[in-house]
Design a protein around this ligand. Structure first.
Ligand SMILES: Nc1ncnc2c1ncn2[C@@H]1O[C@H](COP(=O)(O)OP(=O)(O)O)[C@@H](O)[C@H]1O
Ligand code: SF4
Ligand SMILES: [Mg+2]
Length: 348
């Protein structure tokens, strides 16, 4: 795949890192640094969905919040429309309007004492919309998420809507301020199975029709395959496998991705024993070598001693694993964007 085939990047991160200092129980309390997000470089492109997949605790939400600039990175760079964003500066209204975050729990993200109208109009007012146009903008946003007619929803309270309807309202609220990037943090995981597909198709439509760049965060690799142009698998804060298209799901190379796929329930035999992925906890994350080695069925001596680089294992497909050290693909590095409008990638 050539660079010409890849749409322009809207939001890019290079070597993005966020650490937390925590105290962990053990023989007395010890201080430890949690590498919640570690050296993550990604490109969110107009008209594309990029999925980030990983089990609980892998750093997905911290990544979304650093990209939204709700929390500051420990190090690394962000580029919006090719321009560097000063990491230490406060988030500007312009940045907040361009990059919007949709959270997992639609009930928790709405103000329950106010009607939907207020929940939609407030961000518009904050972003400087004229009082006389907020009603029309709110109605238009509800139409964009297929909540029609809008007047049926504007005067209702959050508790009067279903989870699926409320998640649509929270997407509408994000759309009100005309973002270029939507960061959707597990947007369907708290919804009934029956309405999940509708919300996924809504995201797909926004991407196709309005050329939004969407980051879709999930622990469900099957939904990532359904929705995304690019898939990234995270383990313990790091990108361990990444591919454009569905190569990563159809032909997984990293033992952790293989574990994630093996743990997807079999619809024919849903009670069949599947490996338990569970939540990542500090005791199973190695601090030396490959972070996955305590759980990896294929761990070798080198895995315990040295952290692997990301190897190119297929077309636009990388795997951070020593198993591919003799593979013809050299270790890869994403290029730093240079000028406005330049979408630079060296993954291919
Ligand atoms: N404010 C915080 N203070 C300390 N540790 C945190 C904080 N926020 C997240 N973490 C830790 O960072 C890691 C990644 O968390 P998170 O991004 O929420 O995971 P995910 O969304 O993939 O489930 C976890 O180990 C979590 O405990
Ligand atoms: S580097 Fe080693 S321990 Fe890590 S995933 Fe690959 S084989 Fe397993
Ligand atoms: Mg999360």
């Amino acid at each position: 795949m050539s660079d010409a085939d890849v749409p322009v990047s809207v939001l890019q991160s290079r070597h993005l890192t966020r650490h937390f200092r925590v105290r962990v129980a053990g023989q007395g309390w010890r201080r430890r640094v949690v590498h919640a997000v570690d050296d993550v470089s990604l490109d969110l492109r107009a008209g594309e969905v990029t999925a980030v997949v990983g089990e609980s605790g892998s750093g997905k939400s911290v990544l979304a919040r650093v990209l939204a600039r709700i929390i500051a990175p420990t190090s690394g760079e962000l580029y919006l429309h090719g321009e560097p964003v000063a990491a230490t500066s406060r988030r500007t209204l312009a940045y907040a309007s361009d990059v919007q975050l949709v959270l997992q729990d639609p009930f928790g993200s709405m103000n329950p004492v106010h009607q939907i109208r207020h929940n939609l109009e407030r961000p518009l007012m904050i972003h400087g919309a004229a009082r006389q146009e907020v009603r029309a903008l709110s109605e238009a946003a509800l139409r964009r998420v297929s909540l029609e007619p809008p007047e049926r929803f504007l005067d209702r309270y959050p508790h009067e809507l279903s989870g699926g309807q409320l998640q649509r309202v929270s997407i509408a609220r994000a759309l009100c301020v005309r973002p270029k990037v939507l960061l959707a943090d597990e947007p369907i995981s708290m919804l009934d199975v029956s309405v999940r597909l509708g919300v996924l198709n809504l995201l797909r439509g926004l991407c196709d029709d309005e050329h939004l760049a969407i980051l879709y965060i999930t622990h469900d690799i099957a939904s990532a395959r359904y929705l995304a142009e690019e898939i990234i698998v995270m383990y313990a804060g790091q990108v361990v496998e990444q591919s454009r298209g569905t190569a990563l799901v159809d032909d997984p190379t990293h033992p952790y991705t293989q574990l994630l796929i093996a743990s997807v329930p079999d619809p024919v035999n849903p009670v069949a024993a599947a490996p338990d992925t569970g939540e990542q906890n500090l005791s199973t994350i190695a601090t030396q070598g490959c972070r996955f080695h305590p759980r990896c069925p294929r761990a070798m001596d080198i895995c315990r001693a040295q952290e692997p680089p990301a190897y190119l294992v297929g077309e636009a497909h990388t795997s951070k694993c020593w198993l591919y050290r003799d593979h013809p693909g050299a270790p890869v590095e994403l290029a730093i964007p240079r000028r406005r409008g330049e979408g630079v990638t060296t993954m291919t």
